[in-house]
Ligand binder design. Structure first.
Ligand SMILES: Nc1ncnc2c1ncn2[C@@H]1O[C@H](COP(=O)(O)OP(=O)(O)OP(=O)(O)O)[C@@H](O)[C@H]1O
Ligand SMILES: CC(=O)N[C@H]1[C@@H]2OC[C@@H](O2)[C@@H](O)[C@@H]1O[C@H](C)C(=O)O
Length: 394
């Protein structure tokens, strides 16, 4: 028998597994690396993040990825090169973090790699008759496995689509397993480049669980901060706070058909980008606008679209909203969400004992653990599937 397959079988029987979860999100800020100790599987899973770090990408690397990211026309050679380059870069980043943490590669059971989303094309976006929902993540798992000598699971989203989903949000599975509660109705909200939430009803009825994207997180404020202030993001919402919301622009943005489509739904920077802002300005009859005012307005779009999505699913229920992702460091957006949801408590996932920045990387470690253990989670929120392709180191 292939020794690596044997190892995989033994891994499934272990009391606990040490898994490196990786997430490189739509913000392209860097690679999130979470070293997770996972006991059990399914509803019995216990996950502890033992180490976590975001390793920033170089400006050259970001520019390279941006040349093919969320664009309909790209240089195919560049795309092919990046598929390998991202795999080997992520492998190097893991090896350097393991060195820093004093953990040997041989102690790691497996790597769970999301890769880099290059294009997300649900039918609602491409609207091409006869074509399916589609999504593309690159940074092939074979390069991670060979370079690190660690068995690797990767490319989680294709199975979700094969089973009838849109390839996202996969947060559903981790949120349901780790954070379901019989004491309160919970929303697990992640504000990354794009925002998404999972609704976990306190009555424990899995068929009522919902997981959906809501629209932009920080992707528009990041793009505007870069364009007008040469800054990678709006630190703590400082630019937004210095501006004045433009109501006609906010209404024009909220009038986009995406916000009227039924939940659950998914989206990406393919829709929410600077063109979207310019088109919305034109619709509102605005030719010139103060950059800080535009940032204040798109920050409110983030808050309103999140709150509208939550209200659509939960009606008048009492809720506790636990926020993760980089957007929880933007107090302007956090305060605006609270204003829209005055009867809900808005907290960070730290109050559940979970590092808000590490949640998505840990999610992929959990998904790999589920696949290895053969556990299939049934909820009303998405297909019941085991995800991830297996790359052997040899
Ligand atoms: N101090 C801060 N103040 C305001 N915003 C911040 C701060 N720190 C991080 N952010 C925001 O968080 C973003 C990164 O968030 P995160 O890493 O969760 O996104 P991502 O995982 O790339 O996106 P997605 O989840 O959509 O794939 C940054 O681009 C920035 O907009
Ligand atoms: C296609 C893709 O990469 N989608 C991301 C993106 O970033 C946030 C939101 O849009 C979410 O749906 C998803 O990531 C998280 C990890 C998810 O699948 O839950």
């Amino acid at each position: 028998m292939n020794k690596e397959i044997q190892k995989l079988c033994l891994m499934a029987d272990k009391e606990s597994r040490l898994i490196v979860g990786l997430m490189s999100g739509t913000s392209l800020d860097g690679l999130d690396i979470a070293l997770c100790r996972i006991h059990g599987s399914g509803r019995q899973t216990r996950l502890a993040v033992e180490e976590f770090e975001t390793l920033p990408y170089s400006e050259d690397f970001k520019a390279d990825v941006k040349s093919v990211f969320s664009k309909q026309q790209v240089d195919l050679q560049k795309l092919s090169l990046l598929n390998v380059l991202i795999g080997t870069l992520h492998a190097d980043m893991i090896l350097s973090m393991l060195g820093k943490w004093g953990v040997s590669a041989s102690d790691i059971d497996c790597i769970a790699s999301h890769g880099q989303t290059i294009y997300h094309a649900p039918r609602r976006l491409h609207q091409l008759t006869g074509y399916p929902d589609a999504t593309l993540q690159i940074g092939d798992g074979d390069h991670l496995a060979v370079k690190t000598a660690i068995l690797t699971l990767s490319d989680f989203r294709q199975k979700h689509i094969a089973a009838g989903g849109e390839g996202a949000p996969l947060a559903l599975y981790g949120d349901y397993i780790l954070f379901s509660s019989e004491e309160e109705n919970r929303i697990l909200l992640n504000i990354g480049g794009i925002s998404n939430f999972t609704y976990l009803p306190g009555d424990g009825n899995a068929s009522r669980v919902v997981c959906t994207d809501t629209g932009p997180g920080n992707t528009l404020t990041d793009a505007l901060s870069r364009k007008y202030f040469n800054s990678p993001f709006d630190n703590d919402g400082t630019y937004a706070r210095s501006g004045k919301v433009i109501p006609s622009l906010l209404n024009a943005m909220l009038a986009h058909p995406f916000f009227r489509e039924d939940l659950p739904k998914t989206t990406g920077p393919e829709l929410f980008n600077l063109n979207f802002v310019e088109e919305s300005k034109a619709l509102a009859g605005i030719s010139e606008a103060n950059p800080a005012d535009v940032i204040a307005t798109v920050s409110l779009l983030t808050a309103h679209s999140i709150a509208n999505g939550i209200k659509e699913i939960t009606g008048k229920e009492n809720l506790v909203v636990y926020v993760s992702g980089g957007g929880c460091h933007n107090s302007y957006i956090m305060e605006e969400i609270q204003k829209c949801l005055p009867h809900s408590a808005i907290k960070r996932t730290e109050e559940l004992g979970f590092n808000a920045d590490a949640k998505e990387a840990a999610l992929f470690a959990l998904l790999a653990n589920e696949t290895i253990c053969g556990s299939v989670i049934q909820t009303g929120g998405g297909p019941a599937v085991m995800m991830g392709k297996i790359s052997l180191p040899l």
